[in-house]
Design a protein around this ligand. Structure first.
Ligand SMILES: [Zn+2]
Length: 238
């Protein structure tokens, strides 16, 4: 019997590419955000004002814009129909702030226009988050009981539950890329930024997109790891 997943060298060997990519993407996000934070948008709008202008232009007067307390976690809440922006983004008057704010407004536009991948993502969120938490516990119990039929069943159940996380990440990718594409278009269309300023906004949003790509690759490689350790892929354990 080998040690638990978190101390399993195989886990880190398999996950290494995703971890490196995630670290690199995080650095790119920090770097590009810091840089674009120094450059005011030519319209002099804050993130909140930019989001407001974009939402108005799309007839989304009902969508709220709220500041959050934390420095991270900018998001659009499709249930409450609210954009929540971190303090730097909410009141910042920079290309970084309006870029992130417009990305979140992009999700609100997706929601209003019935963009199918967003609907699919929202539908799978509760399943994926429950499945993601449960899958590892079930998998570990299965691993301890691997010599029994119950253990084999639990291993399979853990793998299947974790597949929901992978599915969520895969569906999330087009949603995020599309929101950024919309953001860059509406920023220029609504006069928040000039066309020449798009390069800097693009850097920030592309770096953010890389973190989602890294998360997706991480989830896929974790699934590969679980398949190997369960013996479902590549024959016997150890
Ligand atoms: Zn997003």
């Amino acid at each position: 019997m080998t040690a638990f997943i978190m101390f399993d060298p195989l886990y880190f060997i398999i996950l290494a590419p995703a971890m490196l990519l995630a670290g690199w993407a995080q650095m790119k996000v920090k770097g590009s955000f810091a840089r674009a934070s120094q450059i005011p948008a030519s319209s002099r709008l804050s993130g909140a004002e930019a989001a407001y202008r974009i939402l108005q232009a799309h007839g989304l007067q009902r969508v709220g814009i709220e500041p959050t307390r934390g420095m991270l976690g900018d998001h659009y809440d499709p249930q409450k129909k609210v954009l929540r922006l971190s303090p730097n983004v909410y009141s910042g008057r920079s290309l970084a702030a309006v870029g992130v704010a417009a990305h979140e407004a992009g999700h609100a536009i997706q929601d209003a226009s019935g963009y199918a991948p967003l609907k699919l993502r929202n539908g799978i969120v509760p399943l994926a988050s429950a499945g993601g938490n449960l899958s590892m516990i079930i998998f570990m119990i299965g691993f301890l009981l691997a010599s029994t039929a119950l253990g084999q069943g639990l291993l399979l159940a853990g793998v299947l539950l974790f597949s929901l996380t992978v599915l969520f990440q895969l569906i999330n990718l087009p949603v995020e890329f599309d929101a950024s594409r919309r953001a860059r278009r509406v920023l220029v269309e609504n006069g928040v930024i000039a066309a020449r300023e798009d390069v800097e906004v693009g850097r920030v949003l592309n770096a953010a997109a890389m973190t989602y790509v890294a998360a997706t690759i991480g989830a896929m490689l974790t699934l590969v790891y679980l398949l190997i350790r369960s013996g479902l892929l590549g024959g016997r354990r150890d």
